[in-house]
Write a protein that binds this ligand. Structure first.
Ligand code: GAL
Length: 837
C-alpha cells in the first residue's frame, strides 16, 4: 500500500493561501413577490429569504417560548411562541420587537441535519467489528430524544401582500418537511403536518395581511423518525405561494390520462371559494412537445354552488401522437383555463405523456405494446454534502448516473420523493414505482397516501404504486385488510395502475398481505420469485430489491478499523446477492417484470455491514454517496447496455510495497474475449461468458496494466490502469460552467489529484480547502467515504480514493462571475470559473 505520510513528506509543503468562503449573503428586506408569476394565477417559489434557527425540544427558553404556560394552542397571536408573533395586538412583523437578524439565512431546499457533527452514541456501541445491530439507521446525526437541542428547528419568512391581492385565495404549498411541522401565518396556527414525506398545502387567505407585511413561522420537530435510514431535518423541499381567483382549479385538480392512440381523458375540478358564484367555461388546450397547440375544447359548466365544487370531464384526441417512452420521453402539456364572462380568471398547466402500460403475469411489463424488462435501482433521497436538500439539478445528476449504468426504472424506496424528482423521471423517461411511507389504513395514513397519488397520478413515469415495504405485519390476515382499504383509496383516485408492496417474508402465505395485491415485490430471496409466480398465477412478480452487496469505492483491501470493504463485489450482507448472481437471474425469468438493485447510490445512515461508529453511511450503492461509480456499475452497465462494447479493469495499479505479490485483477466486459497486458507483455486471453467476467492474479510490477476486449477476433475496446506517482496537482471539473442565477441551479464539481505527468492518483487522500469568490455558495462537500466524519457543509474535504465533490448553489437574481479555488498543501491548486446568468 502506498504510505500516505511518506507521499506528503516527499512532496513538501507549499504555503497555502487562505481564501475566504463567502457566507450566504443576508437577504435583507422582504421578498418582492409580485415580481414573479404572471397571468391570472401566480405561483411563486419561496426559495430564498428564509431565516432559520435551532430550537429545543426540552428547553422552553431555547425554543422561543413554545408551549409556555401550556398555552400553545391558546389564542391566535400569543399561543405558539414569541417568534410567531410576540405581540398579538399587532401581528405585523415590522412592529414586533423580535429581531431575527442573528438567524441563519437559508435558501430552500434546506436540511439542518447535514451540518450537524456525526456523534457517537453510547447506545450503539460496537459489539464486534461487524455488529449486526442496525439500530442507528439515521447515521449518527444528533437527532432524536437524546438530542433535544438539535432536533427542533424554526423558520421565519417575511413577505408583503397588497390590496391587489384582495379577493384572491392565498395558499402555501409545501412539497415536504421533515417532520412534524407546525405552520403559523401571522401568529395563527394553521396546520400541523406530521408526515416527513407527504406534500400538503395551507390556505391562509383569512389571516393574510393585505396592507403589507406577513410572516410565516414554522416549527419543525425532527425528534421522531419514520425510517431506518437518514431522513434529514427541516424544509428540505420547495415551498410555493399560490394566488388564485375565488373560482379556480384547486391543487392537483386536473386529472389527465393520455393513451398511446392519442386519446386524452381529462377531469377538471372547479372550485368556488366565494359566497357568490358564476357560470364558468373550462378551456382545455393541448400543446405538443414542441409547444404547438394540437387540440382544444371549451366546456361550459353551470356554476358550482357557493363554496362548492364541480367536475368537468372532457376528451381530446391527438392526431399522430408522439409517445412517451423510456429515454425518449415526449411530454405534452395541458393548459387549463377557467373563463368567467369571457375573461380568464384562473389558469394552470400540467404535463403528461401519451403511453400505454400493461403487465402480464407470465411475460412482465409492456410499454406501448413492447416488452420492456424493468432494469431498476432503489434510491433514497439524500446525497453527500447536502443530505435531503437535493435540488432538481443534483437529482438530475443522480438520475443521469442511473441511466448511465443502464437503468430504465426507479423504485422510490421507501417514501414519496420530491415533485421535482418525479418531474425528472417524466423528463428523462424513467419508469417509477412510487412508494408510500407508512402502511396503515388509518384516516391519517390514507390521507398521506391520497396526497401521494393525487400529486403523481398524471405522470407518465409512474407505473406502479407500492403501499409498503417489508412490513412486520406482512404475514398476518389483518395486513390484507389494511391493504384492501389502502387499495380502495388508490383505485378511487387512479384505477389505471397496479398496486403492491415489497416483502422479506410471507411471500406466498395464504390470506396474508401478498394475497391482496396486484404485484408482489420480492426483496432478495431469489427462490421466492418462482414460488410467488406459481402460488398466485395472476400476480405480477417483481424483484423489488436485489443486491445488497457492499463495497467501498476505490478500495480493494478491506479495513475493519476504517470500516472499508473491497469494491470487488465480493462482500454482501447475509441476505444479499452479488451483481453476477441477481442480474442474470432477473434477466432470465420472463415472468419477473424486472429487478431493482439495492441501491443505486450509497446513502447516509443504515451503515451496513458495520453499523457502528464511525461507520455513518451505507455501502450498498452501485455508486457512492457522491455519485462516483464503484466498479460494479461497469458490470451492470456491460449487461444492461449490451449493445455498447465495454471493457473495465479493476483494481487501480498503485501497489507500492507489494511488488511481486499477486493482485486480484478483474475485468468486466460484454465482449467475447479479453486479453490482459502488463507493461506491453500479454498475460493471456480469456473468454467472457454471458453475464460473466474475467479474473487473473497478477504479480504487481509498476507500470501499465491494460485489458483489450475482442469481438470476432478484433480488439474493439480497452481499459487501462497506470501506476501514478505522488499527487502534484488538483483538478476540478463540472458538467456546466454556465448556471442560472435562480437559487436552485447547482454546480456539481469533481475534485481529483494528478501526478506530475497528469495521471490520476487513485489513492490520493489529500485534505483539500475550498474558497469561493462571486455569488455562488457552498452547499456541501462529500467524498464517498462511508466513515468520513468531516462536517459536510464545511469548505474542506479530504480526497478519498482520489476524489471528492463540491456542491455549489446559486442565489436568485445574483448574476456575474464566480470562481472556485481548491488548494491542498504541497500540490498545485486548481480553479474553476462559472458564469451566472
Ligand atoms: C431491505 C430494506 C431496505 C434496506 C435493505 C438493506 O430489507 O427494505 O430498506 O434496509 O434491506 O439490505
Amino acid at each position: 500500500m502506498i504510505n500516505r505520510r511518506n507521499v506528503l513528506t516527499l512532496i513538501g509543503g507549499l504555503p497555502a493561501v487562505a481564501l475566504p468562503v463567502r457566507a450566504m449573503a443576508a437577504s435583507p428586506g422582504v421578498a418582492p413577490l409580485d415580481a414573479a408569476g404572471g397571468g391570472p394565477r401566480k405561483r411563486i417559489a419561496l426559495d430564498a429569504g428564509w431565516k432559520f434557527h435551532l430550537g429545543d425540544a426540552h428547553e422552553l427558553d431555547r425554543d422561543f417560548g413554545f408551549g409556555a404556560q401550556q398555552r400553545t394552542y391558546a389564542k391566535q397571536g400569543f399561543g405558539a411562541s414569541y417568534v410567531a408573533s410576540p405581540d398579538f395586538t399587532d401581528i405585523q412583523w415590522g412592529k414586533t420587537n423580535f429581531d431575527d437578524s442573528g438567524w441563519q439565512d437559508v435558501i430552500l431546499p434546506h436540511d439542518w441535519a447535514v451540518s450537524l457533527p456525526f456523534t457517537p452514541n453510547e447506545r450503539f456501541k460496537a459489539t464486534g467489528p461487524k455488529s449486526e445491530d442496525p439500530r442507528n439507521g439515521h447515521g449518527f446525526k444528533p437527532l432524536g430524544r437524546e438530542y433535544p437541542a438539535t432536533s427542533v428547528g424554526w423558520y421565519r419568512y417575511k413577505f408583503d401582500l397588497s390590496q391587489a391581492d384582495m379577493g384572491k385565495r392565498l395558499t402555501l404549498e409545501f412539497d415536504g418537511i421533515f417532520r412534524d411541522a407546525l405552520i403559523m401565518v401571522n401568529g395563527y396556527i394553521l396546520a400541523r403536518n406530521e408526515s416527513g414525506y407527504a406534500p400538503f398545502s395551507v390556505d391562509f387567505t383569512d389571516v393574510a395581511n393585505l396592507d403589507g407585511h406577513n410572516l410565516i413561522t414554522i416549527r419543525v420537530d425532527a425528534t421522531l423518525g419514520e425510517g431506518w435510514f437518514y431522513e434529514g431535518a427541516g424544509i428540505y423541499r420547495r415551498v410555493h405561494l399560490v394566488k388564485r381567483a375565488p373560482i379556480h382549479v384547486p391543487q392537483w385538480g386536473v386529472l389527465i390520462r393520455g393513451r398511446a392512440d392519442g386519446r386524452v381523458d381529462i377531469v377538471t375540478q372547479v372550485r368556488q371559494a366565494d359566497d357568490k358564484t358564476a357560470d364558468a367555461v373550462v378551456v382545455s388546450t393541448l400543446l405538443d412537445p414542441d409547444g404547438k397547440v394540437v387540440a382544444s375544447e371549451r366546456s361550459p359548466t353551470t356554476a358550482p354552488s357557493p363554496w362548492g365544487e364541480t367536475t368537468v370531464p372532457q376528451t381530446l384526441n391527438v392526431a399522430s401522437p408522439r409517445l412517451w417512452d423510456v429515454h425518449r420521453p415526449e411530454l405534452y402539456t395541458l393548459r387549463t383555463a377557467i373563463e368567467v364572462d369571457g375573461a380568464v380568471v384562473d389558469q394552470t398547466e400540467n404535463r403528461f405523456g401519451l403511453r400505454d402500460i400493461r403487465f402480464d403475469a407470465d411475460r412482465g411489463f409492456f410499454l406501448n405494446g413492447r416488452s420492456v424488462k424493468l432494469r431498476g435501482a432503489n434510491i433514497h433521497q439524500d446525497h453527500a454534502g447536502v443530505g435531503c436538500a437535493v435540488t432538481k439539478e443534483l437529482n438530475r445528476f443522480r438520475l443521469e448516473r442511473m441511466i448511465e449504468m443502464g437503468c430504465n426504472a426507479i423504485r422510490c424506496s421507501h417514501n414519496p420523493q420530491s415533485a421535482e424528482f418525479m418531474d425528472l423521471c417524466d423528463e428523462m423517461g424513467l419508469l417509477v414505482i412510487a412508494e408510500n411511507r407508512q402502511m396503515i389504513s388509518s384516516e391519517a395514513g390514507l390521507d398521506q397516501l391520497e396526497r401521494l397519488v393525487l400529486r403523481d397520478r398524471n405522470r407518465p413515469s409512474v407505473i406502479l404504486w407500492s403501499i409498503g415495504n417489508e412490513e412486520p405485519q406482512e404475514g398476518s390476515v389483518r395486513s390484507a385488510r389494511v391493504a384492501r382499504t389502502m387499495i380502495r383509496t388508490v383505485r378511487r383516485l387512479d384505477p389505471t395502475r397496479l398496486i403492491g408492496a415489497a416483502f422479506d417474508n410471507s411471500f406466498t402465505k395464504p390470506q396474508a398481505l401478498a394475497s391482496a395485491l396486484d404485484f408482489v415485490g420480492v426483496n432478495y430471496n431469489p427462490n421466492e420469485l418462482v414460488k410467488v409466480h406459481e402460488t398466485f398465477p395472476r400476480t405480477i412478480v417483481i424483484a423489488s430489491e436485489t443486491g445488497s452487496s457492499v463495497g467501498t469505492r476505490g478500495v480493494y483491501v478491506g479495513d475493519d478499523k476504517r470500516r472499508h470493504l473491497p469494491a470487488y463485489d465480493n462482500e454482501k450482507v447475509p441476505w444479499g446477492q452479488f451483481a453476477h448472481e441477481w442480474l442474470p437471474d432477473v434477466e432470465n425469468k420472463p415472468y419477473v417484470a424486472g429487478g431493482f438493485v439495492w441501491t443505486g447510490l450509497d446513502y447516509h445512515g443504515e451503515p451496513s455491514p458495520f453499523y457502528t461508529f464511525p461507520s455513518v453511511g451505507s455501502q450498498f450503492g452501485v455508486y457512492d454517496s457522491c455519485g462516483f461509480p464503484k466498479d460494479t456499475a461497469y458490470y451492470i452497465r456491460a449487461w444492461w447496455r449490451q449493445d455498447e462494447p465495454l471493457v473495465h479493469l479493476l483494481p487501480h495499479w498503485n501497489w507500492a510495497g507489494r511488488e511481486g505479490q499477486p493482485i486480484d485483477v478483474w475485468c468486466y466486459s460484454n465482449l467475447e474475449e479479453v486479453e490482459l497486458w502488463l507493461n506491453g507483455k500479454s498475460l493471456g486471453r480469456k473468454a467472457v461468458e454471458k453475464f460473466g467476467y474475467a479474473t487473473w492474479q497478477v504479480p504487481f510490477a509498476p507500470g501499465k496494466l491494460e485489458a483489450r476486449g475482442y469481438r470476432q477476433g478484433r480488439a474493439i475496446a480497452s481499459s487501462t490502469r497506470e501506476t501514478a506517482g505522488a499527487p502534484a496537482a488538483l483538478r476540478l471539473s463540472a458538467v456546466r460552467g454556465r448556471l442560472k442565477a435562480d437559487g436552485q441551479d447547482t454546480a456539481i464539481v469533481r475534485v481529483s489529484a494528478v501526478d506530475a505527468t497528469g495521471r490520476p492518483v487513485p489513492t490520493a487522500e489529500l485534505p483539500v480547502r475550498f474558497a469561493l469568490d462571486g455569488p455562488l455558495w457552498l452547499a456541501g462537500t462529500g467524498n464517498g467515504d462511508p466513515s468520513s466524519l468531516e462536517i459536510e457543509t464545511q469548505p474542506t474535504r479530504r480526497l478519498f480514493s482520489g476524489l471528492c465533490q463540491v456542491i455549489l448553489r446559486t442565489r436568485p437574481g445574483q448574476t456575474g462571475q464566480a470562481r472556485l479555488v481548491a488548494q491542498a498543501d504541497g500540490v498545485r491548486s486548481a480553479q474553476l470559473d462559472f458564469t451566472l446568468g
